[in-house]
Each structure stands twice: as structure tokens, then as C-alpha cells.
Design a protein around this ligand. Structure first.
Ligand SMILES: *Cc1c(COP(=O)(O)O)cnc(C)c1O
Length: 392
């Protein structure tokens, strides 16, 4: 990225962007349309709402943490009616409740269902394939809109095969870049449903950003040149150097390594534990951990001041007895992370727990290391593999 600015009118730069669009579609395994915005994830939220809806349209928001609700909040503040099904901070979407709600909507007022694949605060991983099937099985025609900001490039996401109509992502998580690019994938069905959206504004209009007559319209102005250079590199890392399946494998392994450490630290005390109990619904990109107040905050302070490590705060974890959410923290293991980095982090946490005198089980770092040691011998992170070898 640290390069002179290119000529944004030259054909080399246009060809670079064309290649990036093709490859971004590969990461989401889709042939749908893709609009790229100079924005963070919140920009993608607004882009989708304005391209699809008119005031008084209805959406169903499936909340498993603050992020789907945040997206729904944007819709609501633009005049869209939102119905929220709240599954709390410790559980995945309950398909039964979704089905009941859609079946009860006999006149099909609900235009779209909003969900996150991974909620970055609760670290839950929702079953998007199952959700798409659930909506289809009810016979409801609502679109499925999925926030994959924390999961694209980390978790398997088969947009077309599963039947997702709109997916959003951003540059700064699994795609390993600075913030500044937002991606909106949308299929023909979404384009049709949104054709008469009264909320559409010129800058966010996705129609202008796909197959424009002039390259200049692709970004509705100057292209984000340096971020595009960076994105070329991160897409090469994912698709060519490691391979998409291996990238998913690595994240599945890193996550299992973290969970083993947390299990060992927790022992039978039951105080220290992962926020999501069900392994199959845990994110491979981030893990929220409970320590009991105020140890999460104490640990974070020790690590940042003594070990040069920033742990995530316990986002959305405030309770009546712990209003400042000092009893939890999060470990991000998305994107540019390898076993060495992760084991270093877990050992630093071990040191932090010792420093704050936190009662815990032994053998956490060993348990985490064992996850990598048990890999099949033909597993090679440097050789792209066509399939996932770890059950995700
Ligand atoms: C980070 C994140 C967002 C918000 O992205 P910003 O770039 O901070 O606007 C939205 N949804 C999810 C799931 C996220 O992880």
C-alpha cells in the first residue's frame, strides 16, 4: 500500500479493480453483484437499507448480540418498521421462532430478514445455511440479508448455494486491511425487490456501481487506490498462497486452540468460560470469555501495559451486577494470525492471570498447543488444499 498513487484513469488500475471484484466474489462463493464503497461496516448497513426499502416497509431482525440490532436500528431510523427477535447474548438464532414469525406474517409484509453470521460481541456463529432453508421452507418470500463483516475470509460462507440475497463485509477484519472499504454483495432478486426503494440516494445507489459506463462511477468518484493495492495482496494471500479452504481450516484450528485453553483455565470452577457453550455455534474469528468481575478488565490492563497485547473489551456484556462489563474480554483470532502468534498470546494471558492472582486451572497453553500437534501430517498451511479438513 505504501506506493505512489497510480493514474486512476489508466487501464492498468482498472484491470486491477476488475480482478479484485472477481476475487472478492470467490471469497463469498457467489456470482452475485458487488458494490464497493469507501466506508466502514456501518456504511454497508446504510447502503443496503437505502437500496432496498421505502419508509413503512417491514424487516425482521434476528438479534444474537448488538450487531444485527445495530443494522436494524439504522433501518428503523430511516422509517422502516423493525420487528426484533432477541435471542440474547449467549445463543444462536432459534430457527423455530423464525419459522413461527414468518408463518404468522400471512400477508408477507416482512420484506427482509436481517442476521449476522458472526456477532463479534457475543462471538456466536449463526447457521446461515439453516436460516436460509428455514425461510424457504415457510414459503415466505422475504430476502435474507447477512452481515459477514466479522466472518468473511474466516468462516465458510457459500452465498449462492445457501441462498443468501445480500451479504455485507468490510476491509478491516478477515480481509486484514485498514478500515475504509465496505462490500455489498446482492443478487438479482434483491436488485428487483429494491428497484422502487424510495430511500435510495445517489451516493449509495448500488445500480450505479455495477457495470458502469465509466470506471469513475464504480466508486462514485475517486477510487480508494491504496486500499485497492492492499486488497489485491490480501486476496492473493487468501486465494492463492494459503487457499480459501485452508484459510477456513486455519481459523477453525485457531479457534479450537483458544477454546482448549479456556477450558483448561476454567477447570471445574465454572467461573472462567467461553460465552457460547455450544461448540458448533462458536465463531472461528473471535472468542468472548467470561472471567467474573473485575478480572477481565484487570487482565486487559495488565496485558496492554506489560505485554504489548490488546485484548478486546467485553462488548455488550454489561449486567446489573457488572454495569461496566469488567468480567469478560475477547480474543480476536481473525485474519493475519498463525499458531505461533496465537500461542504467544495465550502464554501472555497465562502470565497476566498469574500477575493478577486469578485462580485458574493448569495446562492451558499446553492444551492449546496440542490442538496444533494433532493435525494430520499431510496438513500444510503453505499448500492450498481444495477442501476443508477440519469439521467446521
Ligand atoms: C465490526 C463489525 C461491524 C461494524 O463495522 P465498522 O467497520 O466498525 O462500521 C458490523 N457488524 C459486525 C458483525 C462487525 O464485526
Amino acid at each position: 500500500m505504501h506506493r505512489p498513487s497510480p493514474d486512476i484513469y489508466a487501464s492498468e488500475f482498472h484491470a486491477l479493480v476488475d480482478g479484485i471484484i472477481t476475487d472478492l466474489k470467490q471469497v463469498a462463493v457467489t456470482d452475485s453483484n458487488l458494490a464497493i464503497y469507501i466506508a466502514n461496516g456501518h456504511g454497508a448497513w446504510e447502503a443496503v437499507v437505502t437500496n432496498l426499502f421505502s419508509p413503512h416497509d417491514s424487516v425482521l431482525v434476528l438479534s444474537t448480540g448488538p450487531f444485527a440490532a445495530g443494522w436494524g436500528g439504522f433501518a428503523q431510523s430511516l422509517g422502516v418498521k423493525t420487528q426484533v427477535l432477541d435471542f440474547g447474548m449467549q445463543a444462536a438464532i432459534d430457527m423455530e421462532r423464525v419459522a413461527q414469525t414468518l408463518i404468522a406474517d400471512r400477508h408477507q409484509h416482512i420484506k427482509a430478514v436481517i442476521a449476522t453470521q458472526v456477532d463479534t460481541a457475543s462471538s456466536v456463529r449463526n447457521d446461515i445455511k439453516g436460516l436460509a432453508a428455514t425461510i424457504r421452507d415457510t414459503g415466505h418470500h422475504a430476502l435474507l440479508l447477512v452481515d459477514t463483516i466479522a466472518s468473511l475470509g474466516c468462516e465458510e460462507f457459500l452465498m449462492d448455494e445457501w441462498g443468501v440475497d445480500v451479504a455485507i463485509a468490510a476491509s478491516q477484519k478477515g480481509l486484514m486491511l485498514p478500515p475504509g472499504l465496505a462490500f455489498v454483495y446482492f443478487n438479482e432478486r434483491a436488485m428487483r425487490v429494491g428497484a422502487k426503494a424510495a430511500l435510495r440516494t445517489p451516493y449509495w445507489d448500488w445500480n450505479r456501481r455495477v457495470q458502469p459506463d465509466e470506471f469513475y462511477q464504480l466508486f462514485c468518484g475517486t477510487a480508494p487506490t491504496q486500499l485497492i493495492f492492499g486488497l489485491r495482496e490480501s486476496l492473493d494471500m487468501i486465494l492463492k498462497e494459503e487457499g480459501l479452504a485452508n484459510t477456513m481450516n486455519r481459523h477453525a484450528l485457531l479457534a479450537r486452540s483458544v477454546w482448549s485453553a479456556v477450558d483448561a483455565w476454567g477447570g471445574d470452577t465454572g467461573t472462567l468460560q467461553c460465552n457460547i457453550a455450544d461448540h458448533s455455534r462458536r465463531s472461528h474469528a473471535v472468542t468472548a470469555v467470561h472471567t467474573g468481575a473485575p478480572f477481565g478488565t484487570q487482565l486487559r490492563h495488565w496485558l496492554s501495559s506489560q505485554a504489548g497485547v490488546s485484548l478486546g473489551i467485553g462488548l455488550g456484556m454489561a449486567t446489573k451486577t457488572d454495569p461496566a462489563a469488567t468480567g469478560s474480554f475477547r480474543i480476536g483470532h481473525m485474519g493475519y494470525v498463525n499458531p505461533g502468534m496465537l500461542l504467544g498470546l495465550l502464554a501472555a494471558i497465562e502470565a497476566g492471570f498469574a500477575a493478577i492472582n486469578y485462580p485458574r486451572g493448569r495446562g492451558a497453553v499446553e492444551a492449546a498447543a496440542a490442538q496444533f500437534a494433532h493435525l494430520p501430517l499431510d496438513y500444510d498451511l503453505q499448500k492450498p488444499s481444495p477442501t476443508c479438513c477440519i469439521d467446521t
